[in-house]
Design a protein around this ligand. Sequence first.
Ligand code: AMP
Length: 222
Amino acid sequence: MPLDLILLGPPGAGKGTQAKILSQRLGIPHVASGDLFRDHLHRQTPLGQLARQYMDRGELVPDDVTIGMIRERLEQADCRNGVILDGFPRTPAQAQALDELLAGMGRSLAAVLYIRVRNELLLRRLAGRWTCRVCGAVYHIEFNPPRVPGRCDLDGGPLYQREDDTEEVQRRRIQVYQEQTAPLVSFYRERGLLVEIDGECSIPEVTEELIRAIEVRKAVDP
Ligand code: AMP
């Protein structure tokens, strides 16, 4: 059975960082809606131009556009053994659409891993975040600095700050999360899929907690 996982949590919880590590460890792709939008933006596609208007303000891109983009990605061959979803779903309508999409492929979610981090820490994390232009690896000036300032440890690529990592947009993104995405916590808890992870530990500690939780879920529902 494919291993379909969601990493849920506020912006700055460490979803992207953990998803990249888990993807390596589990051998399944990391599917991040934000990265897919940024890729469209970079390539200046019509979808990218549309998404930019929302991303620059910290708002959500409309559901139909987002769901269509994820559907296309999930249909690609490398997703056949499962995926680690990061940043999707972000609304109840997206969660519903994901269920239908997976059901259409004869699949269902294995677990929703909810990474909990207090609000006051989120802004500090987002403010110091730097991303590799080449591979998308994420660093933090204070919590996870690169070995050489301004350069990616993995490929030496230049690090940049995301345009939506200004303080005003960060605050809005956290607010949008509280309003539109946080309801998914109880949605998935009620369905017995939610596993809560303390996201305030070190990066390797959070990874180990995640791996443990996934092993437990796999044992319950192999
Ligand atoms: P992220 O990289 O996950 O922080 O996403 C960056 C931005 O992309 C968000 O602030 C939204 O504007 C947009 N975005 C990413 N994922 C979604 C989603 N599932 N639904 C709507 N908009 C999204």
